[in-house]
Design a protein. Structure first.
Length: 121
């Protein structure tokens, strides 16, 4: 039986605590962030209907990661892109779900990029 990484376990526990308090609605959907070592992805989710309204990732074919210097700059651009897609879908306000990650580095850059593009949370 393989051991589980205690850092991963702690992050998952934090994510569960956050999800108890955060609920996405049609008026204010939940903006969920997933961060891996290499990529970052964002989904805007309506929890009442249980569907993803907007999604964006550094892994998508339309995103050119080589145009940006580091991962923080990529995250900021992903934040801008998801905000533009959300505004096109008629979404102005969201609830930010950082997914158990600490609010610094790429998570902070992503949220700043989304706020600069006009998304409110």
């Amino acid at each position: 039986m393989a051991k589980t990484n205690p850092k991963v376990t702690a992050r998952k526990k934090r994510a569960q605590r956050i999800r108890i308090k955060i609920q996405g609605t049609a008026e204010r959907p939940r903006m969920r962030v997933f961060r891996s070592n290499r990529h970052i992805s964002v989904q805007i989710i309506d929890d009442v209907r249980g569907m993803t309204l907007v999604a964006c990732s550094t892994e998508s074919k339309s995103f050119d990661a080589s145009a940006f210097k580091g991962k923080c700059e990529q995250a900021k651009e992903i934040g801008r892109l998801v905000a533009e897609k959300a505004k096109a879908a008629g979404i102005e306000q969201v609830v930010f779900d950082r997914g158990g990650n600490l609010y610094h580095g790429r998570i902070r850059s992503l949220s700043e990029g989304a706020r600069e593009a006009g998304l409110h949370f």
